[in-house]
Ligand binder design. Structure first.
Ligand code: SF4
Ligand code: SF4
Length: 89
């Protein structure tokens, strides 16, 4: 089974509010933009010159939190029963 097939097996129960909040002001002049390269589901995108973030398919892997040296991410895990569900290993 390839990675794309495995990703299709993951289930989400998205909470009403984002568990990662992005301070976009800190992204404007960020040169590294490592978040664009490490996120396995491409949750970060550049639209025009603005960084956008879609938290609904987040795998909660934490890679973006580690790679962002500017502290632009405010992270709180979803409430119990919400977020990603790796039911199929
Ligand atoms: S690495 Fe951090 S500061 Fe830079 S664009 Fe990504 S989230 Fe924004
Ligand atoms: S925690 Fe992982 S999956 Fe979620 S946005 Fe960050 S890099 Fe992407």
């Amino acid at each position: 089974m390839n990675i794309e097939d495995k990703l299709l097996l993951i289930r989400f129960n998205s909470d009403q509010s984002a568990h990662i909040k992005l301070n976009k002001d800190l992204c404007v002049d960020c040169e590294e933009r490592g978040c664009l390269y490490v996120c396995p589901v491409n949750a970060y995108q550049i639209e025009g010159n603005e960084m956008t973030f879609d938290w609904s398919a987040c795998l909660e892997c934490g890679a973006c939190r580690i790679v962002c040296s500017r502290g632009a991410l405010n992270w709180e895990y979803p409430r119990g029963g919400f977020g990603v569900c790796f039911r199929y290993g």
